[in-house]
Ligand binder design. Structure first.
Ligand SMILES: Nc1ncnc2c1ncn2[C@@H]1O[C@H](COP(=O)(O)OP(=O)(O)OP(=O)(O)O)[C@@H](O)[C@H]1O
Ligand SMILES: [Mg+2]
Length: 310
């Protein structure tokens, strides 16, 4: 990244290109493909929010965590859910402390004097968005992860639009809190609803797909170095077959890792029909899917894998 002369770097570990960012992410165990590394790099460089969509378990949340870790930036996370209110996303007032302050003042006859103090910064509870603005300093921008935004109601998109527009929040009783530098905002969605167009327009967009076989094998090796290569390979192959079976919930990378972990824990070094069947629950989480897997004969088809290797 080419910071203008004299301006402090935006992060302790500043990547200068998409390749450098990909290397930095890999150094903390996150393997991004070229398209994702480029979009993430541009989001940092252009100061635009990064909107990441994809199926469950494809590494959306992990990307934000890896970005913060590799850049050396503080991570602030807002987990979205239905009914998420402004008080939980932006700020709230510390009512019990305000009351206590007032009671003490009343006891000493200063109630009127302290009224103005009740809505000062010391009684403000910063929730993730305000926290991210306050932690994003001239020396180091913060990373704000707004996870699973599709779970929040769509009024939340409108509120966010305002915050993202100028990296500030106006608190009627207190004034405006503005970040010294805009935080890096990563929004993730599983696409259970469409996020508002106006919000998407402000962001750079990345669709995260299931990884290629080569990348997925590299992910298993990097996350689970204790798992034997042959086992890692078998699990990746098995998961890819499951993904081709039109299941209610195709397995994501998390399931690949869980399946490899489970087989390894049982001391399996190469898979067979029995070990796969016994551990299928690590990868398949719906009864209909389990039935389908048995009907379509995944287990049998995997015996080929063993034969090909052997
Ligand atoms: N490219 C990758 N490199 C390294 N690890 C990865 C990668 N993609 C996914 N993982 C791992 O897979 C697991 C699932 O990732 P994550 O939780 O980020 O998925 P997600 O897309 O946020 O899923 P959900 O939509 O269910 O929240 C994590 O353990 C993560 O570390
Ligand atoms: Mg997630």
């Amino acid at each position: 990244m080419t910071a203008s002369l004299g301006a402090p770097a935006a992060f302790p570990h500043q990547p200068a290109s998409p390749d450098e960012l990909a290397t930095a992410l890999a150094s903390v165990g996150y393997l991004a493909d070229d398209a994702l590394a480029t979009t993430a790099y541009l989001a940092l460089d252009l100061g635009r929010p990064l909107f990441v969509e994809g199926d469950p378990g494809t590494g959306k949340t992990a990307l934000a965590l890896a970005l913060a870790e590799s850049l050396g930036a503080p991570l602030i996370r807002l987990q979205c859910y239905e009914g998420l209110r402004v008080e939980q996303a932006l700020y709230d007032w510390d009512f019990p402390r305000q009351l206590l302050h007032l009671r003490v003042a009343e006891a000493t006859g200063r109630a009127e004097e302290v009224e103005g103090e009740l809505y000062s910064r010391r009684f403000l509870l910063a929730r993730p968005i305000v926290e991210a603005l306050e932690q994003s300093t001239a020396e180091c921008r913060s990373v704000l992860l707004i996870d699973e935004i599709d779970r929040a109601d769509d009024e939340f998109d409108a509120m966010l639009l305002e915050v993202l527009a100028d990296s500030s929040v106006t608190i009627p009783e207190l004034g405006t809190i503005t970040a010294a530098r805009p935080p890096v905002v990563v929004l993730t969605s599983n696409r259970t609803r469409e996020v508002h167009d106006a919000l998407k327009r402000r962001c750079l967009y990345a669709w995260v797909d299931h990884p290629s076989a080569v990348r997925e094998l590299a992910i298993v090796r990097s996350r689970l170095p204790e798992v034997a290569d042959a086992l890692a390979q078998d699990v990746v192959t098995a998961v890819r077959r499951l993904r081709g079976m039109d299941l209610v919930k195709p397995p994501g990378v998390s399931e690949t890792l869980d399946w490899a972990r489970s087989l390894h824990a049982l001391g399996v070094r190469t898979v067979d029909e029995d070990s796969l069947a016994a551990t299928l629950g690590a990868a398949v989480k719906y009864r209909e899917d389990t039935q389908r897997v048995h009907e379509l004969g995944l287990m049998e088809s995997l015996i080929d894998v063993g034969m090909r290797r052997g």
